[in-house]
Design a protein around this ligand. Structure first.
Ligand code: DAH
Length: 361
């Protein structure tokens, strides 16, 4: 085995010159001069060389070793000097680099905004699981097994051993599904706590809806309920009008339309006056506006939630004594409210993770 000392020195010179910091330089020192390094390898073969070749070879090895030491030392000094120079030149008064921070998703912002309005009114926030029992999602809320109202909400079931078993009210407590609304949290909270209660429940819900500009198989709701000894429908109206005014504008009008929900009686759907046009002020005889409003379609009203007085059967299902309490409940779609607030015309935009959209909020 023989070594080309000139080539080795040249190669080392280049590598050492390229080392940008002390750690890299130390790695090179070990590679060349370490106990198992190149120089150790070079000297190890001296005893195998012919006697007359040894002095010359030994001298070259020694020269290489000294050269490497010199190069390493010089580069170490240089690295140190460069660092000092950089430090001295550095302007510590410069503003720092601005970290890349994300922003809250428009849905999260809307949830927070609505939650803040309610917490200021004394409501507390509760959450429930997205995988819910069939009982809490339906029967507890007075939606019996064979009730047609189940169809609109029928949802994604979680396969479990008990899933195969024929349906019965008892088995519903062991059958699980992705909740189709946040109302089941009423059952969970009321089972655990006695009135007075004022609770809002934000969360994700699931429905087997085909996805289009206004439907998504997953969306967000905020449920709210208030239970005490003498809660009246007018209390419900008062609270919801505060919400509408705070969320949209002071001038917003609100109307209640009779509706049916199994878990409330009486029940209503809540409309607000269109945030874009003033069609709600147009009387029938005046007819519709020439150009149909793109938000309300010329109706002048926008449906934003369902509500009502909690059905006595719901109180019975959570074990409250008959006639002891009254209360109201309401449920709204957060996505729809965010769309109205920000003028978004396609629900899918919320779920595409397109930064061009998200950065606007
Ligand atoms: N759970 C209903 C839904 O998903 C919304 C709702 C309507 C909630 C009326 C309520 C209520 O609490 O009283 O469509």
């Amino acid at each position: 085995m023989s070594f080309d000392f000139t080539a080795l020195e040249e190669e080392a010179r280049q590598k050492i010159a390229q080392a940008q910091d002390a750690a890299l330089l130390e790695a090179l020192r070990i590679q060349y001069l370490g106990r198992k390094g190149l120089l150790a390898e070079i000297t190890a073969i001296i005893p195998t060389l012919p006697l007359e070749a040894r002095p010359e070879y030994g001298k070259n090895a020694n020269l290489l070793k000294n050269k490497l030491n010199q190069l390493l030392e010089a580069r170490a000094r240089q690295i140190k000097e460069d660092a000092t120079a950089l430090f001295e030149q550095f302007d510590f008064t410069l503003p720092g680099a601005i970290p890349q921070a994300g922003t809250a998703h428009p849905i999260a912002q809307t949830v927070k905004e609505i939650s803040d309005i309610f917490t200021k009114l004394g409501f507390v926030i509760a959450e429930g699981p997205e995988v819910e029992t069939e009982f809490n999602n339906f029967t507890g809320l007075n939606i019996p097994l064979d009730h047609p109202a189940r169809d609109a909400f029928d949802t994604f079931y979680i396969k479990s051993p008990s899933h195969q078993v024929t349906r019965s009210p008892e088995k519903e407590k062991n059958r699980f599904l992705l909740r189709s609304h946040t109302s089941p949290v009423q059952i969970r909270v009321m089972k655990k706590h006695k009135p007075p209660l004022a609770v809002i429940v934000p969360g994700k819900v699931y429905r087997p809806d085909a996805v289009d500009a206004s439907h998504s198989f997953m969306f967000h709701q905020i449920e709210g309920f208030l239970v005490d000894e003498d809660v009246k429908f007018s209390d419900l109206k008062g609270i919801l009008s505060v919400l509408a005014k705070k969320l949209f504008s002071r001038n917003i009008k609100m109307r209640f339309r009779p509706h049916f929900f199994p878990f409330t009686e009486p029940s209503a759907e809540v409309d607000i006056s269109c945030i874009l046009c003033k069609s709600h002020q147009v009387t029938k005889s005046q007819g519709h506006q020439e150009k149909r409003c793109s938000v309300c379609g010329g109706k002048g009203w926008l449906e934003i939630m369902g509500c009502g007085m909690i059905h006595p059967n719901v109180f019975a299902n959570v074990g409250y004594p008959k006639g002891a309490y009254t209360g109201f409940a309401f449920g709204m779609g957060v996505d729809r409210i965010a769309m109205l607030k920000y003028g978004i015309n396609d629900i899918r935009l919320f779920y595409e993770n397109d930064l061009r959209f998200l950065r606007q909020f």
